[in-house]
Design a protein around this ligand. Structure first.
Ligand SMILES: [Zn+2]
Ligand SMILES: [Zn+2]
Length: 421
């Protein structure tokens, strides 16, 4: 357990979510025979009482670093003054977290009450100027990995929510001064060349990793290539926690990452699934197995890489809010968006996780007509490679850059128009 709590504290800092050392670095605790923590900390006194009030074996206490501290602080303050919840609409939140409760005291009772209902709680301590000091807490019943996954997802969901809401509010002419201020404060770090009022865009150089070249002829080569591509996808921030999936098809067998596996640790977590359904290996395979199978059948590509890059998810949710207001499916764009949408020719499709009639396995493969990559509403990007992951990886990065550029460009135009009015 001592190794595990240290491992997941480190993963939070390598993911850019927290400081690596010092009083703001993550606290991760887990019970073996006794309760062990990755480091000492004054918060532990309160956190240990949470173990007494819940049937859990581990806890993660994350003080998110920039930009997540400011973003979650902003959303948490709104939540404290309304219904006590942050309600992101992306797919990770919908399928996994539901909503994010916020409490305004570092109080054992309040934390326990929230964690009885949900996988996480955000503690937001507001000072006299209205700035919130933030911590994200999540528990695990099996392993500290659960708390790691949840706290990472909370950061992802809040990031996506702030930028999605901001763009929508600008389009509806109802953005607030606080939102504008926060955006201006975050923008230079996210896209130095595109902050409002600054010089026009220049393309950043692509930092493409050197991935194994296909076609891969042996199982050994296939496993190694999948492991490598998965790890690089996480390292480049194109997916968080244990989301995303990856597959390679060879000789009528689809090699696919298992459900609940982390893309940066796929060794031993890849299932070979025969295309003829002759084996039950698919049972532990990714929940997107059917979508992968259908896509392979439709496109005859061998490699599929799926990540959740943030600005692709944000731009996918930018269904015109004025049009949406009168749309019968307005809050169900993720299932039924009736509008054919593209970002720079990249198709955006609705689709639920799983295999129902509105499931990804039906919406996704069809969308790979002219494009080798598709964005799923509020969810992420699926990119194809002919016989290795280089092209798919390059595409995933390019799509994200495209979407980020489009986002800042759209905000700049809306703000300039606003200024001229
Ligand atoms: Zn996904
Ligand atoms: Zn829509």
């Amino acid at each position: 357990m001592e190794q595990l709590v240290k491992k997941y504290a480190k993963k939070l800092s390598s993911a850019g979510l927290a400081e690596e050392t010092g009083p703001l670095s993550p606290l991760v605790g887990g019970i073996d025979d006794t309760l062990v923590w990755n480091r000492k900390g004054e918060e532990i006194k309160v956190l240990e009482q949470i173990f007494n009030g819940l049937n859990i074996n581990s806890l993660v206490f994350l003080r998110p670093k920039a930009p997540y501290d400011k973003i979650i602080g902003f959303l948490a303050r709104e939540a404290i003054h309304t219904n006590g919840l942050i309600e992101p609409k992306d797919c990770e939140t919908r399928t996994f977290l539901h909503d994010l409760p916020v409490v305004n005291q570092f109080s054992t009772d309040k934390i326990i009450n929230s964690l009885k209902r949900r996988k996480s709680v955000i503690v937001a301590l507001e000072d006299t100027t209205g700035v919130c000091d933030i911590a994200v807490i999540a528990h695990g019943t099996v392993s500290p990995e659960q708390g790691f996954v949840v706290t990472s997802s909370v950061c992802f969901a809040c990031f996506v929510k702030f930028f999605t809401d901001y763009l929508e509010n600008l389009q509806l002419g109802r953005s607030t001064r606080e939102e504008n201020t926060l955006f201006d404060c975050l923008a230079p770090d996210l896209h130095p060349n595109l902050a409002p009022g600054l010089t026009p865009m220049t393309l950043e150089p692509m930092n493409l990793p050197d991935l194994a070249k296909g076609p891969f002829l042996t199982e050994e080569q296939i496993y190694a290539a999948i492991v490598q591509a998965g790890r690089k996808t996480v390292e480049q921030g194109l997916v968080d926690s244990y989301f995303g999936n990856i597959s390679y098809c060879r000789n009528n067998i689809l090699y696919i990452s298992q459900t609940g596996s982390s893309l940066d640790e796929l060794e031993g977590c890849i299932d070979p699934v025969p295309l003829d359904g002759s084996s039950s290996a698919g049972l532990t395979a990714s929940s997107e197995l059917t979508a992968h199978l259908e896509t392979i059948a439709q496109t005859h590509c061998e490699a599929i890489l799926h990540g959740h890059p943030k600005f692709s998810v944000i731009m996918s949710m930018d269904c015109d809010p004025k049009r949406k207001a009168i749309c019968p499916h307005k809050d169900r764009c993720h299932i039924h968006c009736p509008h054919k949408r593209f970002i720079n020719h990249i198709p955006i499709v609705p689709g639920e996780v799983g295999t129902g009639p509105t499931g990804l396995c039906n919406t996704l493969p069809k969308a790979f007509g002219k494009s080798s990559h598709v964005i799923v509403y509020g969810h992420g990007v699926f990119a194809l490679g002919k016989n290795d992951f280089s092209q798919a990886f390059a595409t995933l990065m390019e799509v994200e850059k495209n979407c980020r550029r489009s986002y800042f460009e759209k905000v700049r135009k809306l703000r300039t128009a606003d200024f001229i009015d």
